[in-house]
Design a protein around this ligand. Structure first.
Ligand code: ADP
Ligand code: MG
Length: 705
């Protein structure tokens, strides 16, 4: 079978007729490197040049195409002393229209236009005083006899461009590439499959995107709902889902560890908790319990909004493995969070006499050695830690379950690495950034999903307000009110890598100002990521013990920090944070029955996106709604934290727009794998071949044999 990199489609785009090194560089900016990439460069829209209008008939404000003869051409001046422009007058039997250029090379224009020539002009029509005009129209000099036209009489694709790359050029090279490589067919999918899902031939669909036939509906093209679009979107989703379905079916058939549920330890844990589990927590625990009892490895995603109480669910899951003589690992994305988890679980596990270890990069030397040895010999049943947990030096005697907290911070790769720490450990990943359904079905499509939809009882909606600098006095009054009630306050400063030094200085200055204002009654401390772990620890401890009342921090407190007595979250430069981050930060308060507040301090100069983000925050407390908006604003790559998420870039499909097709493709893929888990049947060979080239060994996600 041919490998993808031997396919003619993998030819560098530089070798397409009309493309040289210079053009290839420009195309690279559009992520077009190969002939295949070029074919997958989807037009962003289409313009309708099917109808040629009479000049008298064209209206202002519309995209129009006309054909006429050049009656006059030459440079002109705007106003008496104004800028030089180039103007031509074109007429047909019905009237005249002008075309103007503000940027041009005079010699080129002189060569191009001669009086008496037949030309086609296309573009938006506007009016200047009494004349209608085109500004910088698309122009084509026509052969008087044939009138054959490249750009008139058809639907034209409009491609995304970059600096120095022109529509005309892209259209021409796509045409050249298609003439040479367009016959390269991929394996045909079975006819009954295509009929069942109303698909056209994918290869013909690509051709239609670039060279739409003139009987196609332009509205369908522009809304990306033509049959060609639908086919290609389906195709993209389908092969992704097919990979995931296969991966999932392999896990199900893998031999895992069965952990019979142990009533005794479980009840001891419940008794140690200062609260009763919510219905939602019980429900997901039931799902996890059944997974863990089963013989195949658990692979589950637990979603729950910030503050919904995921930690204790994770702990109960770990306990199910530990009670059966296995080890458990709990991985957190930051040192602060790992330390906090360590404290929480140590406390809750104390009555059960289960030792807990903490492994972070801050723990060094002898202490580290001892810890590693204890874990390797199985003396530490529960290990809490950061990324340090997946380092090679750390081996477990008998790892039964790995829990990954705040999964959106980790990629698929890390998930994979944890998997390898034991023979076939159960995996539970947790996220407080609710994953929009589309992403749950793609990036996490191989996982089973549990959702905590309920908050612990007595929680109040966090009141969120948007302030500017003028309201700073009011802010301080509000903070004082909370502090006087013996509550605590977070003040968060953005820390952005590019301007880290400056930001740190700002955060430090801010903490100095807060000290001047609030001390000595209320104690202020600064916390940032650059501090040595021991110092961070000390400050967090002091804050939890209410010895510090105002914690002025960089976004290190973003994830997971749990301090129920804090009731106000002040976010400075809120316009600089992303939506999910803002929601995470806000989630640090509202963790008790007290009314909590979130104050967004923002610069008055806000970009459109920033305004949108801030308004959503004020309006909504619903993590799911916020995640959907965030996905829409940032797109899936950014949302999941760049490429490390292992998500493929979709070329035609769009997760925010194409949910319906995604669902269909997913069902189709899972049905197929249900029938033929390893795609062994002869009629499924095309699926297998395409799958192999599509995934090209990506991230070991699927190994097709
Ligand atoms: P998250 O889901 O954001 O990780 P945590 O697990 O940190 O949330 O829990 C948030 C807070 O709510 C913690 O202080 C925790 O002890 C508390 N909590 C968890 N479950 C309950 C419950 N059922 N009733 C009351 N408080 C709870
Ligand atoms: Mg948490």
């Amino acid at each position: 079978m041919t490998r993808a990199d031997e396919s003619p489609l993998a030819t560098s785009v530089q070798y397409v007729k009309g493309v040289g090194p210079v053009l290839a560089k420009k195309l690279a900016k559009l992520n077009v490197f190969t002939v295949e990439d070029l074919f997958c460069l989807v037009p962003s829209r289409y313009i309708d040049r099917r109808k040629i209008d009479t000049i008298a008939g064209v209206e202002e404000g519309k995209e129009r195409t006309v054909i006429g003869f050049v009656q006059a051409a030459g440079p002109a001046f705007l106003g008496r002393k104004g800028k030089q422009i180039y103007e031509i007058i074109v007429g047909d039997q019905t009237g005249k229209i002008s075309a103007k250029w503000f940027h041009f090379y005079l010699n080129r224009m002189r060569q191009m236009f001669q009086v008496g020539q037949k030309v086609l002009l296309a573009g938006e029509v506007s009016r200047y005083r009494h004349t209608r005009q085109f500004i910088h129209p698309d122009v084509e000099i026509l052969d008087k006899e044939t009138e054959a036209s490249e750009i008139g009489g058809k639907i034209l694709p409009v491609y995304p461009l970059t600096e120095g790359l022109y529509q005309k050029t892209v259209r021409r090279i796509v045409r050249n590439a298609w003439d040479l490589y367009g016959k390269h067919l991929r394996p045909k999918l079975p006819v009954d499959f295509m009929e069942k899902y109303h698909l056209a031939d994918p290869w013909e669909s690509i051709a239609l995107l670039h060279f739409p036939s003139s009987d196609i509906s332009i509205d369908l093209l522009n809304s990306r709902r033509s049959q060609a679009h639908r086919t290609l979107i389906f195709d993209e989703f389908f092969f992704l889902e097919l990979g995931l379905a296969m991966k999932k079916s392999r896990i199900v058939r893998q031999e895992g560890i069965a952990f019979p549920f142990q009533q005794g330890p479980h009840e001891k844990l419940l008794a140690a908790l200062p609260f009763e589990l919510t219905g939602a927590q019980k429900q997901v625990l039931e799902e996890i319990r059944r997974d863990m009892e089963g013989r195949y490895p658990m692979n589950r995603l637990l979603q729950g909004d910030v503050g919904s109480g995921k930690t204790v669910v994770a702990l109960a899951a770990c306990l199910q493995a530990i009670a059966n003589g296995y080890q458990a690992a709990l991985m957190a994305p930051t040192e602060i969070l790992a330390a906090q988890h360590f404290q929480t679980v140590s406390k809750f596990l104390a009555p059960l006499n289960i030792p807990v270890g903490l492994i972070t990069s801050g723990i060094k030397g002898k202490e580290r050695e001892n810890l590693y040895r204890a874990v390797a010999q199985g003396e530490t049943p529960l290990v809490v830690g950061t990324h340090a947990l997946i380092q090679d030096e750390l081996t477990f005697a008998k790892l039964g379950i790995a829990v990954v907290d705040e999964q959106h911070r980790f990629g698929v790769l890390q998930r994979q690495a944890l998997h390898k720490k034991g023979p076939s450990p159960d995996i539970l990943v947790m996220t407080a950034t609710p994953i929009p359904r589309t992403l749950a079905l793609t990036a996490y499509g191989d996982l089973d999903v549990s959702v905590i939809r309920e908050m612990p009882k007595g929680r109040k909606k966090i009141a969120t307000r948007l302030y500017g600098e003028k309201q700073r006095e009011m802010l301080y009054r509000g903070m004082r009110q909370e502090l006087d009630k013996n509550h605590q306050v977070f003040v968060v400063y953005p820390l952005i890598e590019e301007s880290e030094k400056l930001d740190l200085k700002n955060a430090t200055e801010m903490s100095e100002e807060l000290k001047r204002i609030f001390e000595p009654q209320h104690k202020v401390a600064l916390l940032h990521g650059r501090m040595p772990p021991a110092q961070k620890d000390e400050i967090m401890h002091a804050f939890k013990a209410q010895k510090i009342h105002i914690l002025c921090a960089t976004s290190v407190v973003e994830v997971g920090v749990d301090c129920p007595n804090a009731t106000a979250m002040v976010i400075e430069h809120a316009e600089r944070f992303g939506l999910s981050q803002l929601h995470q930060l806000r989630g640090r308060v509202g963790r008790s029955h007290f009314q909590s507040y979130c104050i967004l301090m923002a610069d008055y100069r806000r970009s459109e996106d920033a305004k949108r983000r801030l308004n959503i925050m004020v309006e909504s407390n619903d993590g799911f709604r916020i995640a959907e908006e965030d996905l829409e604003i940032r797109g899936p790559g950014e949302f999941l934290g760049t490429k490390q998420s292992g998500m493929p870039d979709f070329k035609v499909a769009n997760l925010a727009r194409d949910m319906d097709i995604l669902s269909l493709a997913r069902t189709a893929a899972f049905e197929l794998i249900d029938q033929d888990p390893d795609l062994k049947q002869p009629k499924h060979q095309a699926f297998k071949q395409i799958l192999q080239t599509r995934w090209r060994g990506k991230l070991e996600l699927v190994q097709v044999s």
